[in-house]
Design a protein around this ligand. Structure first.
Ligand SMILES: Cc1cc2nc3c(=O)[nH]c(=O)nc-3n(C[C@H](O)[C@H](O)[C@H](O)COP(=O)(O)OP(=O)(O)OC[C@H]3O[C@@H](n4cnc5c(N)ncnc54)[C@H](O)[C@@H]3O)c2cc1C
Length: 384
């Protein structure tokens, strides 16, 4: 499937399924099942699986662009899709032949949703320092125990990519292992349903792992080599999925502002807000902000796809820039839309709440700025 077809499919799922459901997903805090099923039916959930394993074989730029299309209509569904895509990329990066034939095939056929369980209450935004324990029992099964939090698609995915401390006791700090945990495995206990300020369709729940046993074959890569995953797979794909999503929100907020200022007409003058030069000037600035942020994201994602050594710097900055752009643009769109934007239940009200997560979802904006600076100074990126 060529990229134009991929984007056209994403746009049509967004317009026909995500858009009409976005309001009720937000109001009811409901996992966006119809949207996810439509993404499975159109093969978009196979986006980042290599072609020789039955997938569409796309990388970072395609993920950014698909998430942008989805994020325009429903940020929650876009992040649910994005976490599936990141987890899929983690599985695909070093998949064994069994993982390819059993797991990736099923994902590629649209039969399996996966997700990412990295964050923990103890280490918060520092998702690369898990404390969940991994050990081997007498039956040579892996045993997991610990607590995960903010697991998007929690309770709805078919499997979860879970990070744990390295099984190797001599591994340096920051080295961890990733495993695939099938849904419903004995010892998994989900926390209460997710109720956030925004991103209310995410089902980002906490998960207790009480001596959960899984086959050794579910280990991804080699024990303890996962710092490689952090900077080669997890971070780039995670950053791009989030940046694409919130860029989509920013560009939809600009459209909402354009519509609102054209429609709003004052009786005393007969003029529309769109006739006002201050409003015109502000729209011009917002447009430039969205366009230059999109250009940075696409450039960084393209560099990531070609293995350019500067790609990571661009990706760090792109997610930070998108967060600042999106929060600013949605706020400006609300100002320009006046009372109709500020109304409870307006589209901008949902966007305003959703977009705040762009700064919080790890790596947080301040962390990314620091990482960029450290890389520019040739210092190790992780300082703690
Ligand atoms: C809607 C949503 C969906 C999510 N989905 C997933 C998911 O699917 N999988 C997953 O694993 N995680 C997910 N997360 C978790 C997310 O990526 C963060 O890890 C989590 O929100 C951090 O929460 P915390 O409050 O514990 O952060 P804390 O560690 O308490 O940090 C709070 C804030 O302090 C600041 N801060 C902390 N440390 C530093 C530092 N060293 N330098 C600069 N600033 C710092 C940052 O601004 C940070 O936002 C999700 C979160 C949200 C909100």
């Amino acid at each position: 499937m060529d990229l134009d077809t991929v984007i056209a499919r994403a746009r049509s799922v967004a317009a026909e399924v995500l858009g009409p459901q976005a309001r009720s997903v937000d109001e009811e805090g409901r996992w966006p099942e119809p949207g996810i099923r439509a993404l499975q039916d159109t093969r978009l959930t196979a986006l980042t699986i290599p072609e020789d394993q039955g997938g569409l074989g796309y990388g970072l730029l395609a993920l950014a662009r698909v998430c942008e299309e989805l994020g325009r209509e429903c940020a929650s569904t876009s992040i649910c899709f994005g976490m599936h895509a990141v987890a899929t990329s983690v599985i695909a990066a070093k998949a064994t032949s069994t993982q390819q034939s059993q797991l990736l095939r099923s994902i590629a056929e649209g039969k399996h949703i996966t997700s990412l369980a990295l964050s923990e209450p103890g280490t918060g935004t520092h998702f690369y320092y898990p404390q969940t324990k991994l050990s081997l029992n007498e039956n040579a099964n892996l045993v997991l125990s610990g607590t995960k939090c903010f697991v998007t698609n929690g309770g709805y995915a078919n499997s979860y990519v879970v990070s744990t401390v390295s099984a190797d006791p001599d591994a340096p700090p920051g080295h961890f292992s990733c495993v695939v945990l099938p849904a419903g495995t004995k010892g998994m206990q989900w926390g209460p349903s997710w109720s956030g300020v925004g991103m209310r369709g995410n089902s980002s729940r906490s998960l207790e792992l009480n001596d959960v046993q899984i086959p050794r074959a579910n280990l991804l890569g080699n024990e303890g080599d996962q710092i490689w995953y952090v900077f080669n797979v997890i971070t780039p794909y995670f950053l791009v999925a989030m940046a694409g999503t919130y860029l989509g929100v920013a560009s939809a907020a600009l459209d909402e502002a354009r519509k609102n200022v054209k429609e709003r007409r004052h009786r005393h003058s007969g003029a529309s807000l769109a006739d006002n030069q201050v409003i015109q000037h502000r729209l011009g600035s917002i447009w430039a902000n969205v366009e230059r942020t999109r250009a940075l994201l696409y450039l960084a994602a393209s560099k990531g796809d070609t293995g350019d050594p500067d790609a990571l710097l661009g990706l760090f900055s792109a997610k930070a820039e998108v967060a600042e752009c999106a929060v600013g643009v949605v706020g400006d769109a609300m100002t320009l839309s006046g009372g109709r934007g500020y109304r409870d239940g307006s589209t901008l009200h949902r966007m305003l709440r959703d977009v705040q997560a762009s700064h919080i979802m790890a790596p947080a904006t301040d962390t990314l700025r620091t990482w960029t600076g450290r890389a520019l100074l040739s210092l190790p990126i992780l300082s703690e």
